[in-house]
Design a protein around this ligand. Sequence first.
Ligand SMILES: Cc1cc2nc3c(=O)[nH]c(=O)nc-3n(C[C@H](O)[C@H](O)[C@H](O)COP(=O)(O)OP(=O)(O)OC[C@H]3O[C@@H](n4cnc5c(N)ncnc54)[C@H](O)[C@@H]3O)c2cc1C
Length: 328
Amino acid sequence: MAAPTGPIWVVAETNADGTLAKSSTEVATLARTLAEAAGSSAAGIVVAADPTAAAKELAGYVARVVAVAVPDVTGHTWAQAAAQQAAAILASGSVGAVLTGAGPDGRDVAGTLSALLERPVLVNATAVAWDGGPSVEMSVFGGKLITSSTFVDGEWGIVTVRPNVVTAEAAGSAGVVETRDADQGAGLPVVKVMERIEEAAAALPIEEARIIVAGGRGVGGEDGFALVREIAAELGGAVGATRAAVDSGWIPYAQQIGQTGKIVKPQLYLALGISGAIQHKVGMQTAGTIIGVNRDPDAPIAEFADLVIVGDLFEVGKALLAELRSRR
Ligand SMILES: Cc1cc2nc3c(=O)[nH]c(=O)nc-3n(C[C@H](O)[C@H](O)[C@H](O)COP(=O)(O)OP(=O)(O)OC[C@H]3O[C@@H](n4cnc5c(N)ncnc54)[C@H](O)[C@@H]3O)c2cc1C
């Protein structure tokens, strides 16, 4: 198979404070691994109003970083600007593959880049290996099938990578950062951001959390989530929920996990008062260890959890909290 040659590029995302997004440190680590297998190099692109901090951080992961300052990006959606700048950089040299995160911004970047450069996209990768090109594992049909896909011979394409599928690891030595003037060429229609509303959500985004404590209908109400939050805080994790809990107005939609919510892959998933319906399962089944607390020993979660504690979640939860606090 003819292999695409050239660097494995990462289009990096930044946090509101200008630092590098955690998902981008993971994607950059993956780019380095793929580059090693391909015998090429890993490189990154940072587009931001001030890309300095994130570009420096990204250089801790890949050999070369191109930083582009786009001062008015804060007033507009970031993805179009990032894709426009990335397209200009990618069009001027050889490319092995392009990776982005599979979050909302990463997906937008991938779609816009695909349109600008007429390249294929593989989305929501749960694993990527190099086999003459990226070989991309994806979970489809609500998690019932895992597929493995590659781009057509010799073509390079864009891959969006789910959070937490790679553990971020800095490179042994720092790469170089070069700055580049913003490209004015593509003239993409820009989307102006009219207003930003901070959604009330857990301090830690659930997609990035290594530990998730989730509550379902069994939690019984908004007050019941106080215990879920306390346990999550004690474990340094994030709070998740089922649609039943979200639809009841006990917790914001941002915390919903499942088919119509978020897909997560923490190391530990503690499910309190959650039956384990298929639409919830597809959002969390790839968690490292799944522990359910349910008073029904025959709840569906018992079929796929590593451990189910049969009992009242408030009794078990309070005992767990006391034990965790005693170990501080
Ligand atoms: C198209 C579609 C999309 C959907 N998308 C999603 C989605 O994205 N995410 C999602 O979660 N759901 C989704 N659903 C809904 C899904 O089918 C289930 O209804 C939902 O997941 C059930 O949530 P639950 O486990 O909290 O509630 P239930 O199924 O009612 O389970 C509550 C559990 O709590 C246990 N329990 C009750 N009290 C206690 C107690 N005191 N101590 C211990 N255990 C207790 C019960 O034994 C029970 O097992 C979707 C449904 C459809 C049709």
